[in-house]
Write a protein that binds this ligand. Structure first.
Ligand SMILES: [Zn+2]
Length: 277
């Protein structure tokens, strides 16, 4: 039988769950409640898998509307996400979008029909900046970080000194397509985030890449890269990503690390530069 997810405890409260496609979601457990952060791409019954990890009442928060985060929401009766990403999430939750994502990321695997929840959607409740949930002995706080998408939310776990960035800030930050902000807007949001929240965490969780956690310095690095992009001092390397023309702020080696040895890259659309560039 196909195994769709693997789990890895990160500490007594936090478990990373990785899908077959390699995208991660995270389960946080307090003494009273559990909180699932993101839902992966939808292949495999995530609700059943999570039920095997906790018997506490479960709330689900989705960081943003992309299919690899919201696609699995259909397995749950209700998920919370920011209103600005609700339309995007509704698109991502359709069976066609989930199946297309699975074909793209798992081309060699013929998944059976029962790998996908037949429901086309689920109830979407709001998730606003500052929303907090008490899980019993620990809390989770949603903090808006628009950029990667306009409705992107991060999650602070203050008692664990941890932040979940989702895709809002990571080592291969996507700022392209209609849902992303400009580089200038992203820089402003990232500066605001650093000023107000960076003293609250020493561990940063990300949804993609080889490791569950990254050095929180990634936020500083993304801000520095924004400065370089806006000054026209980045490599500005034309590439294709997800079938779209993009610019890599920094050249990468064939293994996907920065050729200059730096940590963190921004992959952006030419339309995200200030007008006239
Ligand atoms: Zn995303």
């Amino acid at each position: 039988m196909q195994t769709y997810y693997t789990s890895k405890p990160l500490d007594a409260h936090l478990t990373a769950i990785t899908s077959l496609s390699g995208v991660r979601c995270f389960l946080v457990q307090g003494s009273e409640r559990a909180l699932l952060l993101d839902t992966c791409g939808g292949a495999g019954d995530l609700a059943a898998f999570v039920a095997g990890l906790t018997d506490k009442p479960l709330t689900v928060w989705v960081t943003h509307g992309h299919v690899d985060h919201a696609g699995g929401a259909a397995w749950f009766g209700e998920v919370h996400l920011n209103e600005a990403d609700a339309a995007l999430a509704r698109e991502s939750m359709t069976l066609a979008a989930r199946q297309a994502y699975a074909r793209e990321t798992l081309p060699d695997l013929a998944l059976p029909a029962e790998a996908f929840c037949p429901a086309e959607s689920c109830a979407l409740a709001g998730l606003d900046d500052g929303d907090t949930i008490d899980l019993g002995g620990l809390h989770a706080q949603a903090v808006a970080f628009p950029g990667h998408t306009r409705g992107s939310m991060t999650v602070l776990l203050p008692e664990l000194g941890t932040v979940l960035f989702g895709d809002a800030c990571n080592q291969h930050l996507y700022l392209f397509g209609p849902c992303a902000t400009t580089v200038e807007e992203y820089r402003a949001q990232a500066n605001f985030y650093r000023k107000n929240y960076s003293n609250l965490y020493s561990r940063a969780l990300v949804s993609h890449g080889p490791h569950e956690t990254v050095d929180p310095v990634i936020l500083n690095n993304c801000i520095t890269l924004c400065e370089q992009i806006l000054a026209g001092l980045d490599d500005r390397l034309p590439m294709q990503e997800l079938g779209q023309p993009v610019l890599y702020a920094k050249r990468e080696t064939h293994t996907g690390v920065r050729a200059d040895g730096g940590f963190g890259n921004i992959v952006y659309g030419a339309d995200k530069l200030p007008a006239g560039e």
